[in-house]
Design a protein around this ligand. Sequence first.
Ligand code: ZN
Length: 312
Amino acid sequence: MPLFLKPIFLDKVWGSDNLRQFGYQLPNNHIGECWGISAHPHGKSVIENGIFAGQTLDQVWNNHREIFGDFPSKDFPLMAKIVDAAAPLSIHVHPDDSYAYEHEEGQYGKSECWYIIEADEGAKITIGTYAKSRDEFEEQLEQGTFENYLRTIQVQPGDFYFIPAGTIHSIGAGIMAYEVMQSSDISYRIYDYHRKTDNSEERELNIDKALDVINYSNELPNITPQNEVIENHNCTHIVSSDFFTMVKWDISGTLNYMKPREFCLVSVLDGQGKLIVYGDIYEISKGSNFVLTSEDLDSVFEGDFKLIISYI
Ligand code: ZN
């Protein structure tokens, strides 16, 4: 039985009410993130259907590991969310697993991948630095000129970017992105535009840890999407990394889905239709998030929609 999940909304200084277009009832008009699939302690998805209704994803992960193919990881390993940046996110960086394990009490590090859903004309992301060493970057920070050392790229809807741990990054204003990532919420902020939150304080920066983890090699990860047509549907392998694989499907009609792993994360980014599992029909539409479990071997998608499916 697929696990349909209730979205979690997060207030952000850079948020807005754009996520209403996913059919979500937002609690206010400065929502920056919708966590669609999460078992992270900072936001645990609640299951909406079936025998596990009302339980959180991490509860089911801990007590019924068999429906995840007995996957050998203490915590549910992935997260999927939508980020809506009315204003830019802070310039920040995430640690890798070994740094996070040592400095953040055994937590996961964070590599992430973005699929750009919407982008205003000229909207930009920041990804990577031209500084060649910690000393060079630190000097630029002290002189207030570090922004000249950041790589910015104009983006368009349909673009995607893999952000390995250690890559400085930020989503710029006017961008909505779907993100898949390791289940981690550790960010080291480098710069936050001296913005103030509701309590008139600037958000905390974590410069020392950021300098520790930044990758100064200035290489962008080389990801080349692989397109294929399966049963008349377009399927794009966006990224395959050590941490996750992310695949976009443009479905029109009926797809008998061959689940590639014991469990997969699925988000509907556009359109609507049905998921049929062993004859049980689930209506799905833009904004739906669910996990296909090891029991869901006979899954059929029917309708016109765009999905992103992720797995390890
Ligand atoms: Zn990030």
